[in-house]
Write a protein that binds this ligand. Structure first.
Ligand code: SF4
Ligand code: SF4
Length: 296
């Protein structure tokens, strides 16, 4: 089983659109939407959910009101300003968004009034799409455990690939270089970086290439909307080749992509103006994965 991850330096570069197009070209593939902070692959592939459950990670403090004497020690001890007293000598209450679950409040409480419970950080789903099975998740607003959630999504996608006897997992990766990206990238067979021809795109390119090199994941790069700045597109291509990466091609700007997605269709399925470019990039990337498999 091979895992191809599609990455970008920031949101809005066309990463998810390309992932959805690859899904319609690679059929069958198992899909993993690891962009859990802003999951939107489901908007294009319209999955039918087969399994959905809540996901918890970490813990948060809770005060047993009947045991609290309102001494305020927990308020003074909390470095995250998450503990409050309701009125003078009132009962302590916890701000769940501020609580880091460190346990200091419970340590200083003289009446043992503070307990901990699992923190719900989101929901996790496995679904069926017209392109194959899909693992995805939704992070609760304000939650910050998306690294763990990403690992769950990958795990489920691997399980689905075994069940479905499917040789390819397509991962819509999180944008940027934070913990969720590392959780999504580590151990992948190949990465495709989607870059826009801008100054910030060039800057992102260097940083993501360094990251994929660090994780020893072979990497291709494509330029999306290359025709908004042809010179910078050439600069991207030169920089990729100079860094020893594989340049997978260019995709033109195409307003038809959004039109297709509004109908929950991919650019390839609707054969919009950029469909041929996307097919070409897919052939290049698939070739790289096949080469890695055979050692040539
Ligand atoms: S330290 Fe314990 S008893 Fe004192 S206010 Fe906090 S929860 Fe209540
Ligand atoms: S567990 Fe830590 S962060 Fe949460 S309320 Fe207690 S002291 Fe504050």
């Amino acid at each position: 089983m091979k895992e191809l991850i599609i990455l970008s330096g920031k949101g809005g570069t066309g990463k998810t659109s390309l992932t959805a197009c690859f899904a319609s070209l690679a059929r069958p593939a198992v899909l993993a939407d690891c962009d859990v902070d802003a999951a939107n692959l489901h908007l294009i592939l319209a999955p039918e959910t087969e399994r959905c459950e809540t996901f918890s990670a970490g813990r948060e403090a809770h005060v047993r009101a009947d045991a609290c004497r309102g001494c305020g020690r927990c308020v003074a001890a909390c470095r995250f300003d998450a503990m409050r007293l309701a009125g003078l000598h009132g009962t302590a209450t916890v701000d769940p968004l501020g609580c880091e679950g460190c346990g200091v409040c419970a340590f200083v409480c003289p009446t043992d009034a503070i307990a901990f419970k699992e923190r719900m950080v989101g929901s996790v789903m496995t679904s069926r799409t017209r392109c194959g099975a899909m693992a995805h998740a939704r992070l609760t607003p304000g939650s910050d455990n998306s690294g763990k959630l990403v690992s769950w999504v990958r795990q489920q996608a691997r399980r689905l690939s075994v069940e479905e006897k499917c040789q390819l997992v397509l991962i819509d990766g999180p944008p940027g270089l934070a913990c969720p990206t590392m959780a999504a990238l580590a151990g992948c067979s190949h990465a495709l970086i989607v870059i826009e021809p801008t100054m910030s795109g060039l800057h992102d390119l260097d940083r993501i290439l360094a990251l994929t090199q660090h994780f020893e994941v072979s990497t291709s790069v494509c330029v999306n909307k290359w025709d908004i700045d042809a010179e910078k597109s050439v600069a991207v291509e030169r920089r990729v080749r100079a860094a020893g990466g594989h340049f997978a091609g260019r995709v033109r700007y195409d307003s038809g992509v959004t039109q297709a997605q509004m109908r929950a269709r991919t650019a390839v399925e609707d054969d919009t103006a950029s469909a041929a470019d996307i097919r070409s990039v897919w052939r290049q990337v698939a070739g790289q994965i096949a080469m890695a498999e055979t050692g040539y």
